[in-house]
Ligand binder design. Structure first.
Ligand code: ADP
Ligand code: MG
Length: 185
């Protein structure tokens, strides 16, 4: 299975990289604009976001828009491909973590995955059944394994496929949001 996943991952990430910086910026803006209007966002108190790496959908504007009205948390990478979720109170309190990705500091309050109402989940690809392909380390499969919150995959429309290869340990998404809008599974 790893080879099949790798081929699909590389193919979709190639399509994502082919989008211009300006196009990614506009689509990211549209995604944040529609996200904040969703009832599943409005109804959630504690929300896990992420800080973008390379060509990912950039949700960082959310930190400015919602850090007063919501409890926002973001992942911190730990050894053994595990993650914790820590409170983010402002974009200024972040530090550079593994691979240069921005993350909350060690001192930031730890929030249990069980207490998170909505997870905004970055991905390489997602299919119309909610199967998610990540970046190959299984970070989110481990972190979300027992988490009851709503799992919303975030990506550009070009990352939505008919079928994505998956294994028993892959945690499926409940919805997918792109610049073309929300799909729920
Ligand atoms: P990704 O979801 O990032 O695309 P994979 O699904 O290929 O990555 O998983 C990467 C590795 O993580 C696999 O070797 C898998 O065995 C391991 N893994 C996934 N979920 C778990 C888990 N809940 N516990 C332990 N290992 C896991
Ligand atoms: Mg996986």
């Amino acid at each position: 299975m790893p080879d099949v996943k790798l081929a699909v991952r590389n193919d979709v990430l190639g399509k994502r990289r082919a989008l211009s910086t300006e196009s990614r910026k506009q689509k990211s803006q549209a995604i944040v604009d529609s996200l904040i209007e969703l009832s599943l966002f409005k109804d959630a108190m504690t929300i896990a976001t992420y800080l973008p790496l390379t060509s990912e959908v950039d949700l960082s504007r959310l930190l400015r828009l919602a850090h007063r009205s919501k409890c926002l948390v973001a992942p911190r990478t730990l050894p053994n491909f595990e993650m914790s979720f820590n409170r983010v109170t402002s974009i200024d309190t972040l530090e550079a973590g593994f691979g240069g990705v921005q993350q909350p500091t060690k001192a930031a309050d730890l929030v249990s995955p069980c207490a998170i109402d909505l997870f905004l989940v970055p991905l390489a690809a997602c299919d119309r059944q909610g199967n998610r392909l990540g970046f190959g380390k299984g970070y989110y499969d481990r972190a979300l394994a027992d988490a009851p919150g709503y799992k919303l995959g975030i990506g550009f429309h070009c990352q939505l496929l008919e079928h994505v290869p998956f294994d028993a340990y892959d945690v499926p998404m409940n919805g997918f949001l792109s610049e073309e809008g929300l799909i729920q599974f």
